[in-house]
Design a protein around this ligand. Structure first.
Ligand code: OAD
Ligand code: ZN
Length: 247
């Protein structure tokens, strides 16, 4: 059984993993699925909050119209998240950071589980529910689990909002550019647990591939990216990732 499992990983991928100096990992909601975080697409998600569809309550327009309602939704999400733990996939990726001279972790997730698992540098393309940001001066504040969050900016007194990318908003300045630069320079790129439908995040593996990287997807289902991948590992991230670094 053990032999069959490790056979999932090709000799080619093993060799590249051992020899790589520049590695990029892009993760999406699927990497947190085994921790109990619902994904956005495909079954069992929280599509509605107090009668409002997800893309209405999580929108730039709602921040203007009803900031307390937006906070109520994000406070609720944090209260759920603080009971959840990272899974073996998050821990394995945290370990990878020390294996390669250059390692870049880019996530679309706002749940903070990569950091909890020990990843120190994470490009959070869509922000984090564990941060608040000033509406005026953009100063950002960490929100600690089990602690009361600030309502106003300590510097200028303006209201704070969740530091996440809402529907209808741009990505945080510089985040995508830094990720794209790493994608263009990497030799090995993993795309883990993302439906690869949301741009510009989904363009990162395309950039890596176009620049000559070996592209490997980890997902129980096929995605629009599968066709351009050099290797598709069909399975759950928490089960597949620990096999990759094992000889
Ligand atoms: P999706 O919900 O679109 O896709 C989740 C993917 O994870 C699917 O392809 C699943 O097949 C896969 N999956 C499920 N369980 C898995 C497991 N155990 N291991 C590996 N993969 C698994 O999530 P994202 O691609 O992250 O944006 O969605 C992208 C963006 O859409 C999100 O960041 C969010 C949303 O709008 C913002 O909030 C700005
Ligand atoms: Zn401020």
């Amino acid at each position: 059984m053990q032999a069959m499992q490790t056979d999932l990983i090709s000799e080619e991928l093993r060799n590249r993993f051992e020899g790589a100096t520049r590695v990029l990992v892009l993760t999406g909601a699927g990497i947190s699925a085994e921790s109990g975080v619902p994904t956005f697409r495909g079954g069992g998600n929280t599509a509605v909050w107090k009668g409002m569809p997800f893309d209405v309550i999580s929108s730039a327009r709602m921040v203007e119209r009803d900031l307390p309602a937006v906070w109520e939704w994000f406070d609720y999400r944090r209260s759920l998240l603080q009971t959840l733990q990272p899974n073996p996939a998050h821990y394995e990726i945290a370990r990878w950071a020390d294996l390669f001279p250059e390692f870049t972790l880019v996530t679309q997730n706002v749940d903070g589980l990569h950091r909890t698992a020990g990843s120190r540098e994470v490009i959070e393309l869509h922000g984090s529910v564990w941060r608040a940001r000033c509406l005026s001066c953009r100063t950002s504040y960490e929100i600690l689990p089990h602690e009361q969050r600030l309502a106003n900016c300590a510097g200028c007194g303006s209201y704070l909002r969740p530091d996440v990318v809402l529907f209808g908003e741009m990505l945080p300045p510089g985040a995508f550019e830094a990720a794209a630069e790493a994608a263009a320079a990497c030799e090995l790129c993993f795309v883990i647990g993302t439906s690869a439908l949301v741009y510009p995040a989904a363009s990162l593996p395309e950039i890596a591939k176009a620049a000559g990287a070996y592209l490997c997807e980890v997902n129980p289902e096929r995605t629009p990216l599968s066709a351009i991948c050099d290797e598709v590992l069909t399975g759950k991230a928490g089960e597949v990732l620990p096999l990759i670094g094992k000889s």
